[in-house]
Write a protein that binds this ligand. Sequence first.
Ligand SMILES: Nc1ncnc2c1ncn2[C@@H]1O[C@H](COP(=O)(O)OP(=O)(O)OP(=O)(O)O)[C@@H](O)[C@H]1O
Length: 491
Amino acid sequence: MENLTVTGLVRLIGAGATMIYVKTGNERHTEQIVSQAAGRLRGVGAPYVWTCTGGFSRNGEVVEGITDPVASLDYAVAQEGPLLFLFKDFPWFWGDNPYLIRALKEFALCGKAKAIIVIGQDEGLPPTLREEFVVLHQGLPSMDEIRAFFAQAAARDVHLAKACRERPGLMDDLVVAAQGLDFTDLERGMRTARASGETGGDGFVRAMFETKQASIRTSGIMEYVVNDVTPGQVGGMENLKQWLARREQAFSLEGISSGENLPKGVLMMGIAGCGKSLFVKAIAATWRLPLIRLDMASVYDGTFGSPESSLRKAFRTAEAMAPCVLWIDEIESGISTQGFKAEGGAASRILGSFLTWMQEKRAPVFVAATANAIEMLPAEIIRKGRFDEIFYIGLPDAKAREEIFRIHLARRRVAPETFDVPLLAGSTKGFSGTEIEQAVLSAVFEAQAEGRSMTQQDLMAAVSRTVPLSVTMAEQIKKIEAWAFKRAVPA
Ligand SMILES: Nc1ncnc2c1ncn2[C@@H]1O[C@H](COP(=O)(O)OP(=O)(O)OP(=O)(O)O)[C@@H](O)[C@H]1O
């Protein structure tokens, strides 16, 4: 699907296109582009803009108050061209109005001196009209458009102009911070910066990051994860850490600019609570990339639109924010226990479009996918070449458990040297990272409740109170490990 641009629109209409459908999330900006295109088309003048409440207006003045969609098309047909009509609310009517569909089909035959542009939020073009319309997509602004936006903003805003003079690299920082925002959000970001009273360069950059976080949050299926986890905070997983370190160069600025040999992504599967999420955060923090989390369960349950359109939106946002890490959490969600093939429809279509995107993406988006229920993953997803590597994160061994104890004791400001950590590690065979963390926390609380410092005894008592998942789910874990042994690299 082609992107909506002024030149593209002028070229299309100049070549005789009479019916264009623009999929947009920002009506106002689409209207601006259509107005600019109309200005470049000889003899067309300002476009007629139709809404279901006000009828037609031109240059902001009402010219004809027809609010019925079919009658409005009759009006458009009767006008002398060359003219451009922008219809805003048609998609709400054409679902159950055969007269409107017919009137649109007739408009397509009414001559070339007039063109109509219909705008809508979703793909919602009825199948019967697909042949009539050229479909365009109003994507997110490019880096050049964002730069132009800030240049214009600096011409109006004395604080931004001053900050740009004082910090030569500010424009670049702003463009990176604002990537992935649409024009409405860019304006919102400027307002946030002004309202915060922080009018230095950092204030503007921060406002853009905050706007991006808020904008990703409102999409419902995605979340901007603020994080500063380093590999030093992850116990064990030596293979994964080495893998990560070897690829750091590829995701450096030079690596990204060369665009060559960029890693596609990793799939991390394994037992709950063993640090999959923690490691995804460590990847993003090590490479100093923004981390966006996509919740597959919300994609599948359709709360925020059809799964297909949610996923497309997520990919577009990730590409617009590139370079970034896209964390696909619970990638196996939505696939029933009866198996991938039996599910047929939605699940296989969605996983199919995910795999195609993985294969074709050019933008530096590193995909970090995590999965718990690995036996549900279809062969398609674990086939070699989809992900750069598939890691299995199992229960930590004794050395990893020691590291995990040290990390969590230090996090609670307790000096690990004062404890017999090897003994603790030896007593926690079969514990996951979460279970070790919980045991440390429980011992901290016990000691606090009695108003004293924590002792080895508190920790050993907390450990003996814990029944790890590996005991209650021994059979399942054995099965998972046997499955992973053949298909994945141990983390
Ligand atoms: N290897 C580890 N090193 C240090 N801490 C760990 C480790 N594994 C788990 N933890 C602790 O347990 C918490 C939960 O782990 P995390 O959420 O990363 O596990 P997960 O495998 O993603 O689990 P789930 O599948 O349930 O989301 C982490 O925030 C961390 O505090």
